[in-house]
Design a protein around this ligand. Structure first.
Ligand code: ADP
Length: 348
């Protein structure tokens, strides 16, 4: 027979909170996790002192009254709100053995619940984002087949609208594919070397016509050698998104500045790093929105974003890529004056 002490040590090593109760619901033993999570020494107390929730107590009582096991999921405040799964099991047949014990094990499943909720929201968002252009496309096709059939001018107008809406869907699908690709490789370190200076020059050249149309001037300031360990493709996506946003959300006839500098010491970074600031002179972003900008489909102004061809996924992609490169993304803004998006990347 194994020593009780060894068994209790084994229970102490578990991630879940475990309580051993007698038939009167009194606690005979609580493992280390249970004491940490529920903050106390409970031996001798009624289990009600740990969790008062009627569903939880109900399940324990049904097991005391003869059921082999039972399970429930409840929300508790302790002190922050958590969703927990409570599993109650009789160690022996409690009907025939009045000395028998029961085990209550409790797992915090808040993270799993949150992930499930995020997935559900994401599917709902994607469906909604795809349905809007599709509804518009079907409407335009109807009109083209009907009232606009013999009207050359109207036909041209509707064909342009069709082109615009289908382009929106292409952008959305492209961003969704990028996002799923970077999410899938989140834990894998990127290989290769990315020359940030060359990437920034290429992006600014390729965006020259967009900047012209939007009447913005982009100025880059790259004083040093700017090679970092990382993926050229992904870094291109990061700065393409940030510079495009700075152009899109900047005021007319304003400037966008892209500054690069080497930092020897940055809080939270192990060694020297490269800091890239993308600064615009736009309307800025109110404080309450800043923390949420990197959530998928989060937009400050839905209408404005869609109008500019935005998918609402750009900053989510940026955040994932920067994380994968063990870097930092910081956003600061003064409403009415403009915003600065700072990317800090390790140089080693
Ligand atoms: P979008 O495709 O809508 O631009 P992003 O993920 O790139 O999506 O950005 C999310 C939201 O953040 C935007 O809809 C916009 O409201 C806000 N935003 C991003 N960049 C800027 C900026 N430079 N200035 C002001 N707001 C910005």
């Amino acid at each position: 027979m194994m020593d009780n002490q060894i068994l209790f040590s084994a229970l102490d090593a578990l991630q879940e909170a475990v309580f051993l109760l007698n038939r009167d619901r009194r606690i005979l033993f609580a493992n280390r996790r249970a004491n940490e999570e529920f903050g106390g020494q409970f031996v001798g107390d009624d289990f009600v002192k740990v969790i008062r929730h009627p569903d939880c107590i109900g399940i324990i009582d049904t097991v005391i009254n003869g059921k082999k096991s039972g399970e429930t999921v409840i929300t508790v405040d302790r002190p922050t709100t958590a969703v927990i799964r409570v599993l109650v099991t009789a160690l022996t047949d409690l009907q025939s053995n009045p000395e028998g014990n029961i085990i209550v094990s409790i797992a915090d499943i808040s993270n799993i619940r949150e992930a499930e909720q995020m997935r559900t929201d994401f599917v709902a968002n994607v469906s909604h984002e795809l349905r809007s252009p599709l509804t518009a496309i079907s409407g335009f096709i109807e009109t083209l087949k009907g009232s606009a059939r013999d009207d050359q001018k109207a036909r041209e107008r509707f064909l342009n609208l069709l082109e615009h809406e289908s382009q929106r869907m292409v952008w959305l699908i492209t961003d969704l594919l990028s996002l799923s690709k970077v999410e899938a490789s989140q834990r894998v370190r990127p290989t290769g070397t990315a020359n940030i200076g060359a990437i920034l020059n290429r992006i600014v050249n390729s965006l020259a016509s967009v900047a012209d149309v939007e009447r913005k001037t982009v100025r880059i300031n790259i004083p040093q050698i700017t090679d970092i360990p990382g993926s050229t493709d992904e870094m291109t996506q990061v700065f393409q998104n940030l510079i495009e946003n700075a152009i899109k959300y900047g005021k007319r006839d304003s400037e966008v500045h892209v500054n690069v500098l080497r930092q020897e010491v940055v809080a939270g970074m192990a060694g020297p790093s490269l800091q890239i600031d993308v600064i615009d002179q736009g309307d800025g972003i109110a404080r309450e929105h800043i923390a949420r900008l990197t959530e998928r489909f989060y937009r400050v102004d839905n209408h404005r974003s869609r109008d500019k061809g935005g998918t609402g996924l750009g900053l989510a992609i940026v955040k994932h890529i920067v994380n994968r490169h063990r870097g930092r993304l910081k956003i600061s803004s003064v409403p009415g004056e403009g915003s600065t998006f700072t990317v800090i990347l390790p140089l080693q």
